[in-house]
Structures are given as structure tokens and as C-alpha cells.
Design a protein around this ligand. Sequence first.
Ligand code: AMP
Ligand code: TRP
Length: 344
Amino acid sequence: MKPILISGIQPTGRLHLGNYLGALKNFVDLQNSGKYECYFFVADLHALTENPDAKDLSRNIINLAADFLAAGLNPKKSAIFQQSKIEPLQELKWILSTLTPISELIRMTAFKEKVLQAIKPAEAKKITKEKFEKIAEGTNFGLAEYPVLMAADILIFGGQFIPVGHDQLQHLEFTRTLVRKFNKKFGKTFIEPQALLAKTPRLMSLDDPTKKMSKSRPAGCLFIDDSPEDIERKIKTAITDSGSEIKYDPKEKPGISNLLSIIAGLSGKSLEEVERGFSGMNYGETKHSISDYVSDYFSSFRKKKTALLKNPAGLKKILQLGSGRAAKIASKKLLEIKNKVGLL
Ligand code: AMP
Ligand code: TRP
């Protein structure tokens, strides 16, 4: 049997180039390698932790399904499904939560970042432990539980390989710890999952290359369904560095290095090769050439996505079929887990 590979993306808005290079492109490449049994899902339950408007959430679920398919995920090759349709997840999440100290959850970087979003950045920098705890007490519990649900997502399918961006590594480490704890107490049940990082696991923001590109800072995002005009404008105004040399040097030249890493990630070329390709050009010419490349790269994606979104019922159907298949597998695994735990 092929090793099991699984990953999800939250339907919290349009996908940016960081999501694509850190996750979605890798999903497609790994699916097409034929080496894995693949599961890819819309992490709608995780998205609920942001308390979205119901209509927005439904629209984002369909929109993400369209992104998956337009980018090349194929329901004939992979199980493509919706997290909220997998009911056994809830029971596994509960079992795993009983093995999780609260202290581990509130120490997670992603949780801390979410909590601190409630206050001004300058204030967040010098926050005391007491003040942090006070704010954390008022945050929704789902945000703290987030990694337990993510561990359940992986373990309910026996996931071994998990393609994610850099910001998810801590959650995977948490999952591995849980696996060791569970196996020690109840006997070998799960395999410790391993992260598969893409070539560009941490793309930086266009408006501030010292911060990662993130849906929570739309000003620095290049969305993968942006029009060619928007792509051109955003790359043209992307922050670059002093000097004029085109060089990959993330310390001294974080702006241009970030743009070069976009081309390396999309083309599969090495950074040296990309750098050489731009030698002799100035910043303006380089940016122009990069925006043409990005625009061309996503041209067929844009067309496919527009066509897919004309038939939302078709997209729903694909999710439904995938969810049905995945739920069956999850139910089987849950029985095995409940037996191990002693829930006769
Ligand atoms: P999310 O939107 O949080 O569900 O993220 C979806 C996937 O994109 C996850 O695997 C993230 O690790 C990845 N990701 C998010 N932001 C970036 C970024 N700036 N660079 C690379 N990968 C990213
Ligand atoms: N937490 C991931 C993110 O924000 C999404 C996700 C949920 C996930 N469950 C998962 C990724 C399981 C990999 C495996 O990007």
C-alpha cells in the first residue's frame, strides 16, 4: 500500500501566492507523483474559529474547492473533501483532547499570534504574561483547540506525510507528541506524521518582506486569481531594497530575494539560475519580467476557476462524493481507536 498523504487549507478567503507555493502547488505535484494515497480537504471547521459570517463561509468553501480543482487536484487521483462532513473526527478530537495539557495549547505560536491580533502591534511586543493570559481568557476556545482538531484530521486517516507551509510545523510537532503519548498508553496505533515542506515554505509579504505573506494582511498579498493588471501593479509597487543589483540575499536584500523566490518556486529552477536569468537587468525591468511570468503562469488557472465557479452545484457534488469516501475510511479507523482506548 502507498503511504498516506494528507493536508487541508482553511476556506478563509482568497488564496495568495504563499498558500500556493507553500501548499497547493506541492499538493498537485505530490498527487501527480503517484507515490501517495492522497487526501486533500477544505478545513471549514478550522475556519469557524475566525467566526465568519455564514454566507461568507459557504462561499469560501465553494471558492476553495474551485481553487483546488483549477490548480490541478483531481478527484480521480485524490480524495477531495470537506472536513465538516467527517463525523468520526469529533470523537477522535475528544479522545486526543483528553491527552493534551492546556498549557501546550496556549504556548502555540499560532495561538499567541491570534490572541495578540486583538491589540496594537506595539503593545503586543512588550506584553506581560499576566496581560497575555487575561486577553487569552477571552478568546474563543476553538482557537486554543485548533491543533487538537488538526491532529485528529491527520490521524483519523493514518496520515504519514503532511505537505504544509513553515507556519504549520509546530502543529505537526504537537501531533507527533500526541502520537507518542497515545501509542505509549494504548499500544501502537498511529505513525508519527512527517511534514513535507515545499521549496518556498515561507513566502514573504510584498509590502514588508520581513513579515510572511498572510491572509490577515491583504495589502501584502498577491492572490492567485488576481487579474494581470493587479499582478503587474502589486509587483511594481512591491518593496525592494537599496542598491540596484539583482541578487538573492534574504538578509541584505529581502525584497528582491522574495521576488526571486517566487520565480524559483513557480518555475522549479534553482535560485542561482533565477538570479542569473536577471543579471544585467535593473529593478524595474526585473519586476516587469516577474509580473509577466506570474501572470502567464496563472492564466489557465484563472480561466479554469472562472468556468468551475459557473457551476457551484458541480463543485458541491465533487466535495460530497469525496467526503462520503473519506468518511467511510475515517469510521473504520475510529472503531480501531475506540477499541484501543477501551470504549468497547
Ligand atoms: P491557511 O490559509 O492558514 O489554511 O494556510 C494554507 C497553507 O498555506 C498552509 O499549509 C500554510 O502553511 C501555507 N502558507 C500560508 N502562508 C504561507 C506563506 N506566506 N508562505 C508559504 N506557505 C504559506
Ligand atoms: N492548520 C492548517 C492551516 O492553517 C490547515 C489544516 C487543518 C491542516 N488540518 C490540517 C493541514 C491537517 C494539514 C493537515 O493551514
